[in-house]
Design a protein around this ligand. Structure first.
Ligand code: ATP
Length: 435
């Protein structure tokens, strides 16, 4: 387990504008979270990094962005209507509801009474809705509980348009919704969240090689997030715990403040989904190899990444407490490429027009280069540094009187977040040094 306390992360996230409880002003809505100015930047940086690593930099991957609302036949054929359920138990004393597989059902975790739970009943986690003005069974649809089906239903479209060689993958990012029985642990288990999924289509004889390739790629992803290798664990999921369609699943777990829990999953889904679509739609899902060998329905390796859990892991790994000059310091040691703000620029005094003008010039130059640059001219410099540390800004540039004249003319102080060291750098070298 991580030494970091969940409440410290939750409190910093709210105080500093990363993540707020959803519908906060009305008392909240359980299982929903809103991203503030810094949270949305962190989330986008993570999602963009994923897209770059797995789609743009890869030569065996294509991207899609499917609609969230899909024909109900999708969820019937995929098995979600019948089996996307969790076991629900209710305490007869306090009426608390829990997932039977996540608690010790001999004693209620809320009221502490023993023997208050009956037999679990299967609760379907899909949010049901109706499409159009008529509310009948033909208009039923669901908010998608996973992004994967939007990929499978477009498999044939993509093959017809691009005819990629097998193995190839289709990637998608987007919202998913699950009516979790007990959302908990900050963003870890939410009712609305974001997934980044890949369906990697392979020849049935080659799934094992591709599976190993994806184990490696997943570790590269965890590295890119700045997660310490010793906090990431592979869990070979036993057959009894695997989804019915999976012949092999490895869960990648992380040492969260709440304990070792699933960060993302990697599953071999066989031809389960494409065969279901073929049977239910009557459309042929076979792939015809370009070398004229026998057509086949591809099998699938699926790495499924949750954005919220990636964010929670990144915040856990980055959250640091140390002591500077005898004072406690709380800061986020975020990797530079994920930090929501890359550089902060502070004029030492805001009532000196020449100083402010010079600082503005430097701010404009850095903003053009790095985009996410913050102008900070309030409070004293020490307080500013602490604030920047708390939100994970890697560098703070201070423009002072020495910037304006004397031997140090046209140099600034660059203060490093992790070491708190300061160095004098020529303005002309700033962009190169901070890149
Ligand atoms: P769990 O066992 O924790 O409920 P799962 O095995 O049902 O998760 P998958 O269906 O494999 O999860 O979903 C793939 C990924 O989507 C998970 O590894 C996780 O990162 C993310 N995810 C799933 N459910 C949630 C949720 N309720 N809130 C946030 N992320 C989620």
């Amino acid at each position: 387990m991580s030494d970091t306390k969940l409440e410290d992360i939750v409190s910093l996230a709210k105080r500093r504008g990363f993540i707020y409880p959803g519908s906060d002003v009305y008392g909240g809505l359980s299982g929903t979270w809103d991203y503030g100015p810094l949270g949305v930047a962190l989330k986008r940086n993570i999602m963009q990094l994923w897209w770059q690593m797995f789609v743009e930099d890869a030569d065996d991957m294509l991207g899609v962005d499917a609609a969230i609302l899909m024909n109900q036949k999708v969820w019937q054929a995929s098995g979600h209507v019948d089996t996307f359920t969790d076991p629900l138990v209710e305490c007869s004393n306090c009426k608390g509801r829990f997932r039977a597989d996540k608690i010790d059902t001999s004693k209620c975790p809320t009221c502490g009474k023993e023997g208050t739970f009956g037999e679990p009943r299967q609760f379907n986690m899909m949010f049901k809705t109706n499409i159009g003005p008529v509310d009948d069974e033909n208009s039923v649809s669901y908010l998608r509980p996973e992004t994967a089906q939007g990929i499978f239903t477009n498999y044939k479209n993509v093959v017809d348009s691009f005819y990629p060689d097998v193995p190839f993958g289709i990637a998608q990012q987007g919202k998913a919704f699950r009516n979790e029985i007990s959302p908990r642990d900050f963003i870890f288990r939410s009712r609305e969240f974001e997934q980044m999924e890949i369906e990697y289509f392979v020849h049935p004889d080659a799934w094992e090689t591709s599976f190993e390739l994806w184990v490696k790629r997943v570790h590269e992803w965890c590295d890119a997030l700045g997660l310490p290798a010793e906090s990431v664990h592979e869990l070979e999921v036993p057959e009894s715990d695997r989804a019915h369609y999976s012949k092999r699943t490895v869960d990648f777990e992380f040492d969260f403040p709440i304990g070792r829990e699933e960060l993302l999953g990697l599953a071999y889904r066989t031809d389960f989904d494409l065969m279901n679509i073929q049977n239910a739609s009557g459309k042929n899902m076979e792939y015809r190899p370009k070398d004229g060998s026998a057509p086949f329905v591809p099998h699938v390796i699926e790495p499924s990444f949750g954005v919220e859990r990636a964010i929670m892991a990144v915040l856990t790994a980055a959250y640091t407490m140390d002591e500077v000059n005898g004072e406690k310091r709380e800061f986020l040691k975020l990797p530079n490429h994920l930090a929501p703000i890359k550089v902060a620029v502070c004029p030492l005094a805001k009532n000196k027009p020449e100083l402010v003008a010079k600082a503005r010039e430097i701010y404009a130059m850095l903003k053009k280069e790095f985009g996410a640059v913050l102008w900070v001219d309030s409070g004293n410099i020490g307080k500013n540094y602490r604030k920047m540390d708390e939100i994970g800004v890697p560098y703070t540039v201070t423009v002072d009187f020495e910037t304006l004249e004397g031997e140090t003319k046209d140099t600034v102080t660059v203060r490093h977040r992790d070491t708190t060291e300061q160095e004098r750098i020529a303005i002309t070298e700033l962009v190169e040094k901070l890149a």
